[in-house]
Ligand binder design. Sequence first.
Ligand SMILES: Nc1ncnc2c1ncn2[C@@H]1O[C@H](COP(=O)(O)OP(=O)(O)OP(=O)(O)O)[C@@H](O)[C@H]1O
Ligand SMILES: [Mg+2]
Length: 228
Amino acid sequence: MANVQVENVRKIYKRDTQNIVVLNGISLEVPDGEFVALMGPSGSGKTTLLNLIAGIDKPTSGSVQVGGTEVTQLSESALAKWRSRHVGFIFQFYNLIPVLTAVENIELPLLLTNLSKPKRRERALTALRIVGLTDRAKHYPRQLSGGQEQRVAIARAIVTDPAVLVADEPTGDLDAHSAEEILDLMETLNQEFKKTIVMVTHDPRAAERAHVKRYLEKGVLANTIEGD
Ligand SMILES: Nc1ncnc2c1ncn2[C@@H]1O[C@H](COP(=O)(O)OP(=O)(O)OP(=O)(O)O)[C@@H](O)[C@H]1O
Ligand SMILES: [Mg+2]
């Protein structure tokens, strides 16, 4: 069974009297353990599609299944709970909470679980170790480099051990060296930790790390153009 199954999804935004068709019948199947790069011009709907897969937003029509759950059928509260356990979201600009330390940021998604405080801390420290930042547990985001902030954000994304990770230009704000480190980490999460990954990127070198490249343009999804 495909881990992520998007079927005939349309997303239409209504602005005043205008309808903007962003996704026009998208189907995408991502098998368990796959690493997919999603490319396409600015405004083509890449973030919109990621948000649908992560259950942050709902399609106008069509089906989105993740790990066998029809995400579009869940109520807002069920969705929030489902999301916190089944998908990890990695953003371009990290989205860390500035007044919380690295380890406190990583613990946040665990507040929605039944884990005790010591267990939450233990899990957060494990995630921090996986991303190689054990020595930065007590640092605040402003005391970290961009690459380190993104690694903390990745630790936060994996702390509930979700099967699926979605990443929206995770290297978009980083220098080449830090970007390579983040991509190495994404590869490790895919290969060793068996995470299914859908990664939006503009960077062809980042896309090379994925096994499959898909291209979004004018509301539809194409296989990557030959030679791209
Ligand atoms: N909440 C919204 N209301 C109205 N229109 C929206 C909304 N969110 C996105 N859009 C429109 O949908 C289209 C796709 O946006 P989206 O953010 O998914 O593009 P993208 O491919 O991620 O672009 P980028 O590469 O610049 O991040 C854009 O034309 C945008 O203006
Ligand atoms: Mg985007």
